[in-house]
Design a protein. Structure first.
Length: 209
């Protein structure tokens, strides 16, 4: 079954296997949405669960995500042709003063794997840049990452800036990073705390439904 092949190839991080499988499925007139949901997304979901249970680790997730991205490049034009809308939109960034991006990149890959369109603002992102990105992309979710105790406070500044711009009720704000806790998330007025990329993906899906 070609969907099973795609699913397994993605979990192995086999880029060529994923591409071949998708091409085969497209050639046999399978609907792009079915390939996306049952081939790619379900595989990323499995990887997310395994990651949560410590059955796979960051390198495996990154390899699977790379295969997912390669598959999406093939599939995206077909999805657009058939009018498949992304399930939602997210803006992500590591806050000002913080240059860590591995966690944020993992979250981006997991969110893309969950079917969201993600605008990644990178690292050292100011409150103003977050506000501008919300105005430009009109996302459902804004994800803030910080890996240092010294930059955690910047998350609060970003949320205040979003409030002052009158955009707070338009977006759900998700925060994460090693020093961040669910209590801290509540204290600064965030909507959701995610302890890792797999949880971020699960929570994001709930937020956009």
């Amino acid at each position: 079954m070609v969907l099973q092949d795609i699913n397994q190839a993605l979990q192995r991080g086999d880029v060529n296997g994923v591409k071949q499988g998708i091409q085969e499925a497209l050639d046999s007139d399978m609907k792009p949405r079915v390939i996306l949901n049952e081939g790619l997304l379900s595989a990323m979901e499995t990887i997310g669960v395994k990651f949560k249970n410590n059955e796979v680790f960051v390198p495996e997730v990154l390899i699977a995500a790379r295969a997912m991205n390669a598959g999406m490049e093939l599939l995206k034009p077909k999805l657009v042709e058939t009018g498949v809308e992304p399930v939602g939109t997210a803006v992500l960034g590591t806050v000002k003063g913080d240059l860590h991006d591995i966690g944020k990149n993992l979250v981006r890959m997991m969110l893309e794997g969950a079917g969201l369109t993600v605008y990644d603002l990178g690292v050292d992102v100011s409150a103003e840049q977050f506000v501008a990105a919300i105005q430009e992309h009109d996302p459902h979710i804004v994800g803030l990452s910080a890996l240092l105790t010294t930059t955690m406070g910047e998350m609060k500044s970003v949320i205040q800036a979003i409030e002052e711009a009158g955009l707070r009720d338009k977006v759900k704000i998700m925060v994460g990073g090693a020093p961040v806790t669910s209590k801290f998330a509540v204290d600064i007025g965030a909507d959701v705390y995610a302890k890792d990329a797999a949880e971020a993906s699960t929570e994001a899906k709930k937020l956009v439904q």
